[in-house]
Every structure is written in C-alpha cells, then in structure tokens.
Unconditional design. Sequence first.
Lengths: 386, 303
Amino acid sequence: MLAALVKKEWLALLRDLHGLAAMFVMPALFIVVMSLALKDIYSSPIGALRYAVDARDSGVQATLLLQRWQRTHGAALPLPQDWQGQLRSGRLQYVIVLEPGLSAELDTPALPTEPRIGLLTEPGIDGNLFNSLRAELVGAGGEAKARAAFSAPGGPDDAGTSSMARLVKAERYAGNVGPRPSAVQQNVPSWLVFGMFFVVASLSTLLIQERQSGALGRLQAMGVSRVTLLASKALPYLGVNALQAVVMLAVGVWLMPLIGGDALSLRGANVGALLLSLAAISVAAVSLALALACLVRTHAQAATVGPFLNVLMAALGGIMVPAFVMPAFMQRVSAMSPMNWGLEALLTVLLRGGGVADVLPNVLRLAGFAVVMLLLAALLFRRRAT
Amino acid sequence: MLEIRSLGYHYKGAQYPALSGVTVAAKRGGILGLLGPNGAGKTTLISHLSGALEVQLGSILVDGVPLEKVRRRTPTRIAVAPQQEAFYPMLTVAENMAVFAAAGRLNGTRKRSRIEECMALGQLERFADVRAAKLSGGLKRRLNLAITLLPQPELVLFDEPTVGVDAQSRAFVLDAIRRLADEGAAVIYASHYMEEIEAIAERVAILDHGRVIRIGALTEMLSEGARVITLKAPDLHAQALQPYGKPERSGTHWRLELDDNMRPTYVLKALEEAGFDVQQAEFGRASLEQLFMSLTQRSLRDS
C-alpha cells in the first residue's frame, strides 16, 4: 500500500511543473547567478580598478612610490581634465594625489604629521575596497620611508624583490585537505540548503489539494493509518532532496566552469560527513514541510506561508547574507536557525575539510528539529482529520 | 447490518446537539433514503460512519459489532461515497483506481479484476488514460462511484452523489446504486432530491434539527398520504375542519388527516356548502415532498 501511495505522490509531483521549477531550477539559478556575481569576492578586484594619479610632486621618492604602485595595480589612466567629475560619476574609481613635499617627507626619518598622499574614490565604492586601498597606500608610504631610511647611499636597488609585504603571509586556511575558497564553494552549499527546504511549498500545496478534494478523507476512511499517510508524503520528498543534492553539486562541479565560473571542488571532502549532513538537512526540511502542510488550511496559506518562512529562514540562517557580517544579536539568532545548522555542516565538509565528528553537532541539532516537527505534524494531522 | 441506536453528538461550543437520539437501521439488499435539510445532522451522521467522528452518545453496530471495532479490523467493509470528487485530478483514471485499490488492501489478480469490474461498472474503460481533471462532471461522478466500490463494501453511504450532474449520468449513477443493493449491499442514500429517493429507496428516514422525525417504509409513508387532504381556502379555520378529522395549519394551507370512513369528496362538498371557497385541494397518494413539507413545514430545496 505504501508503495502505491508513494508512487501516487511521485506522479503528482512530476506533474506539478511549478513545484518542480521551484525545487530544482530556482536553486540552480541562484547558484549560477550568485557564483558569477560574487566571483571576485575571494580574489580582490583592486588590480582591475580604473584610477589616475595627480602627481604634484615629481621628486625621486614620489616617483618610486608611484612605480611600485603601478606594478601591483596596473598602469594609471592619464589624469583627465575633469577628473573630479569623472570620479563623481564613477568612470574613474579612484585618484591618488601626490601632494608637493611628499618626496621630502619620505626622506625624513620622522613619522609624518600631515597628509601628503590623497586618496579620492568614487562615492559608491565598497567599504572594504576603500579600506583596502587606504591600507595599501599607508603600507606603500611606510615601505618607501623604510627603504629611504635603511638603504645605503649609492647601494644596489633591490628592484622590489624584498618588501615589507613579504613580512606577512596571509591565507584562508583550510589545512592540507580543504579546497580553495571560492564563490562557488560558498554558494553551492547555501543554495542547496535553501532548495532542499523549499519542498515546504510543494508538499503543503499537494496536501491541501488532497484534503480539500476529500481524497485524504477517503484514504483515512479506507483505514490507511496516519503513519502510512505521513510516510507516503515524506519518502518521495526525501528522494527529491537527494536528487536536488546531486543536481546542485553537478551544477557546481561541471556547469560553473563551462560558463566562466570557478568549479566546485570536492577534493578532500569527507564523503561520509557530506552524506550525513545532506541526510540530516533533508530529514529536517521534509519534517518541517510536513508540519507546515498539516498546519495550513487553504491553498492561499500554503502558497504564502511556505515561501515566506523559507526566505526568512534563509535570511536568518546566513544563506543570503553571511552570518559573520551580522551584528552579534543577529548572529545568535542565526545560530538557532535550522538552515544555518545545515549550511554550517556543509561548509564544514566542503570548505573546512571537516569529517563526521566535526559535522555531528549540527547534524544532531537538525535531527532534534526533525523529531519535534514530525511530532507536531502527527498531532496536527490528527486534529485536521477530525 | 447497520444499527444506529440513540446516537447523539454535540460539537464543542455549539448551542444545540448536532444529533440527538438518532435511531436508524439499514439492511443488506436494501436502500435507506436519508432526507434532511442543511443543518439537519446528515453530515454529522455520515462523519460517524466514515470514522471521522467518534461516538459520544448511543451506539453504532455493524452486525452486532461496534463500528469502531469493525473499522479497525476491516475498514473497507464500510464505504462512504463523498459528495465532492474525492480523487486525484492530476492522475489518470487508471492511476486513481490503482491507488485506491491499494489503499483498499487489494493486490495481485484480485486487484486487477476489481479495477476492471469497477471500470466497467462506471463505463470508464475508454477514459483509463485520461487525467481525472479533464473528465466531464458526469464522468467524475462515475469515477467517484467506481472508486467507492473497489473494495466491495458491504455497507455504502452515498452523500448527494448526483449533485450537479446531467440527467443521463444521474440515471446511470442511480441504476448502479440500485444494482449494488440488488447484489446484497446495504445502502444509505442521502440526498436533497426527493424524487431520487422515491425512485430507489425502500425505506426513508427524515432528519431535522438532529432528530429522526419520521422513519419507515416509503410505500407506507406515502399511502398515509391517502388519508390526508391539503386544502387552501380563504378564511378556513380549524373549527370548520374538526368534524372531519385532525386539522393542522401549514403556511397558507391546511392539512387535514381524515377520520376513518371519511371520504375526501364528502369533506369538499360540505366545506363548499358551508360557504368556503376552496381554491386548491390535493389528496390521494402524497409525494415525498408533500410528506416532508407537512412534517418539517418547509421545503428541502428552500432550506
């Protein structure tokens, strides 16, 4: 009997094109669009920004500083007549003004007391980029001053082979097993979790339809138990979640490099931990979907409550905005969101090279959430039936 | 087969009970018509039989065994054919039959043969691969009926099975229900359409305000009508009618239950001689609607 009911659910699902699109096409599109849009978030685009230099100091130190800057940031554009206007409109993204007296300042062993380098950026520049440019200019000035102070007069120019920048080695650490962080590596887990939870909308719509038509009542009158009915709903959607995982990972691994993005790397990923995390997310998502489907009474409620809850959970759970950029209070809220548990579990496997023990805390949280939701679903299902 | 004894049900927060002291019986091979206006308690009674409501007061027995126990052991002995199209519109006719056959615990050759038989009964074979959503209203009713009969229930309750269907499909459904009873099933047929109940039921129970106000063999109930005249005459009053029987006012009409040996023609002549202008008089075999009106003081279709 269960097999026939599961088959019925599959057929109903396959013939619900809107539901399928929401569960498969939407998260895949999100992965593609967001990965391409955020492609450079892990490799700074500072070198590609359009800039010009207003060199009001033509001394040796100012010229050397400018040469070193151009080596790492590309050649400057000729300074246009109306550079202020171009800066305001964004055609130029920043202008460096080397004020008169800069070379003399760099030659002096004392620390500066007034500005000699100006950094003017377009109004809409990202805050992180602004700070990064400012820090680089401070660093470049410091380096120039250090060179001037310590190089022997007439000694060999090291031609940039040594630098203060060499003092610091910075990397996003993932050990020896983790893949290189990229937008794809971040976006596939995010939107996969989002897509897996999106079964809420489809499942509740089908259950409402079944309840309103009387088909559910008929099945119950024929003696089909609550457990069988709930299981016949849950099993196909667990299958849908498994398919979603395969499709979304495939999009990351194979489709993204074909369209100019980075490829999702599964190198070194612990398969057991990945499967365990996916299973826990799936059980939590389907349980939530069942509880919500039993809670709503009408098609209109199903069509609004499900997607609304999904988007809200995604926003809170760090799918849309990374949790680490949220204020402390919101980070605590985020840590209580099932989507965040799922996302963290997947990031632990796909980005941090974690194993089963590492994902276990989040897996247990998801399992606990699933148990509560299943109990709620059973209770609501009984209440609706009578 | 089915015995409902002193059944009572009170919904939480409701002012009055939905059912009160309802006693009804249905026999194998017979059709019991269940009549009642909206709010009479039909749905509550049907919900008890479908298992959606538990018995609060009284008892429901199937062959002497409490309904609850029967539903637990062999739920498919009792079937309720709901008013709405209780199947899956996105599935084909054959797929729907397969799902409900499995839900009815049919399998193997028995499942196949029952599906074939019920498809044939509903004349649905040509539409096996058509999605249920695309069927006409009449075909949907036939599919509803075919699904109901899949597990070969012994007691079937039909809830308004012909609402909104064309005359041809209506006749088809009624004929199928009649045959079902002829084959030995006990049938309860709830409907607003009194002519349908007159056409297929042997016994009738009239329900109003949660109580059975009349139950009995249809022929007996209607022949009682021969002892009743319904009259309309200006200024007619109870005193003028009392010498001939038991008068009862029903709206603008008077219902007169004649005394023994009192002939309707004699009464009419006597009233005219007394100066009453009799504008309307009906007597003889009453219709079910007349009977219902006289019992409930209202028309089912108006309620």
